[in-house]
Design a protein around this ligand. Structure first.
Ligand SMILES: Cc1ncc(COP(=O)(O)O)c(C=O)c1O
Length: 371
């Protein structure tokens, strides 16, 4: 019998908007033999994953789990469960992913009120307040915590506070936020939050951690119409993740991916989430200091800049596509291109996962010194 040929790739330092390189031990964990999705050992793995996700999201909500799919599936899961046709919702939009949230709301038939800010600027809290004053019947608000298209941090705590005053639920995109900057689900009163596995968590792509508050879960239980997606219906999904319960079959969970995320989450727990946030701040300052010394400028003001996703305006003499191709081919480093109106004008440099260290930054600095 002929041997299956191995797929070979070379190691690239992933300093783009995601994926980032995974923590050491993750790939090794993923090469363990498969377990079936209802195997008692696999269920123990799921239980431990849940516990670590609660730690990471800073929540005690039992409705916390992984949706087997990318961050976009986590996004869809929040919208498909929480919107019924004709519900009024406020969508905050200051970049590509805020627009994608708006598109989800539109497709599920919401009546939408948009709160917009220019790319590179955060959502203004006064605009959110005004939207609720004009539309006190809004049932939901959606917002991105870390807008990966621009490198802007939105003030989730303040937006959530206003939503609570008006009795509205809040959906938060924490795809680029989780593990890198605070996402305080219980303290800030967030109702539906989704993330991904390939950025701050330091694992491979394809899993979306999600968490829902009791209020959100109650809303789904009291819908007038069934959740239009069976696979994503959290009242069904919840049972597969319910601790101690006799688990029904839901879907064939990708066991090796779960081993990978468990390894990454154990690593995060051992470092401590607050230490991880601090490391992101420190390494980002080191990066900023060295880039500014070289004449590079940030697109975003310091007050609402993300440490994990740096949008750097291209200086004279560096051409976008050519520069990125040289980084990739000659130095084995990936950075992200600008999106939308910022295409060709800036690079998006992610410092997440296994790359939150000076060695990764030094390698990048050496490369740009030799571009
Ligand atoms: C803020 C944000 N939301 C959603 C997504 C979608 O995640 P995925 O590509 O894992 O589907 C991304 C991807 O980078 C993102 O940055």
């Amino acid at each position: 019998m002929s041997q299956i040929q191995a797929v070979k790739t070379s190691e690239v330092l992933l300093l783009g908007p995601g994926p980032s390189n995974s923590f050491s031990g993750v790939l090794q964990a993923m090469s363990e033999p498969a377990l079936s999705h209802l195997d008692s050992d696999f269920l123990k793995i799921m239980d431990e994953v849940k516990e670590h996700l609660q730690y990471l999201f800073r929540t005690s909500s039992p409705h916390t789990y992984i949706v087997s799919g990318p961050g976009s599936l986590g996004m869809e899961t929040c919208f498909v469960n929480l919107i019924e046709h004709g519900d009024k919702i406020i969508t905050c939009q200051n970049g590509f992913f805020g627009d994608r949230m708006h598109e989800n709301a539109r497709r599920y038939g919401a009546e939408i009120v948009q709160v917009k800010a220019d790319w590179g600027k955060p959502i203004a809290i006064e605009d959110v307040e005004r939207a609720f004053v004009l539309h006190p019947d809004a049932k939901l608000i959606s917002v991105v915590s870390a807008e990966t298209s621009t490198g802007v941090k939105n003030d989730i705590e303040s937006i959530a506070k206003i939503a609570k005053q008006y009795g509205a639920l809040i959906i938060v995109d924490a795809v680029t936020a989780l593990g890198a900057i605070p996402v305080e689900v219980d303290k800030w009163g967030l109702d539906a939050v989704y993330s991904c596995s390939q950025k701050g968590i330091g694992c491979v792509a394809g899993m979306s951690p999600v968490t829902f508050s009791e209020l959100a879960f109650e809303k789904v239980n009291n819908r007038n119409t069934p959740v239009p997606s069976w696979f994503q219906d959290i009242t069904v999904y919840d049972k597969y993740w319910e601790l101690g319960a006799k688990r029904p079959y839901h879907h064939t969970a990708p066991s090796q991916q779960y081993y990978g995320i468990l390894a990454a989450l154990r690593h995060i727990k051992s470092v401590g989430i607050e230490n991880l946030w601090r490391q992101h701040e420190e390494i980002s300052s080191y990066f900023a200091e060295n880039m500014e010394k070289r004449g590079w400028r940030f697109f975003v003001d310091k007050s609402h800049r993300l440490p994990q996703l740096n949008t750097m305006l291209l200086p004279e003499g560096i051409e976008d596509a050519q520069g990125r191709a040289r980084l990739r081919n000659d130095f084995k480093i990936e950075v992200g291109a600008g999106l939308g109106a910022m295409a060709g004008k800036l690079w998006r440099i992610g410092i997440m996962g296994a790359n939150v260290n000076k060695a990764a930054i030094d390698k990048f600095l050496l490369a740009i010194d030799n571009l």
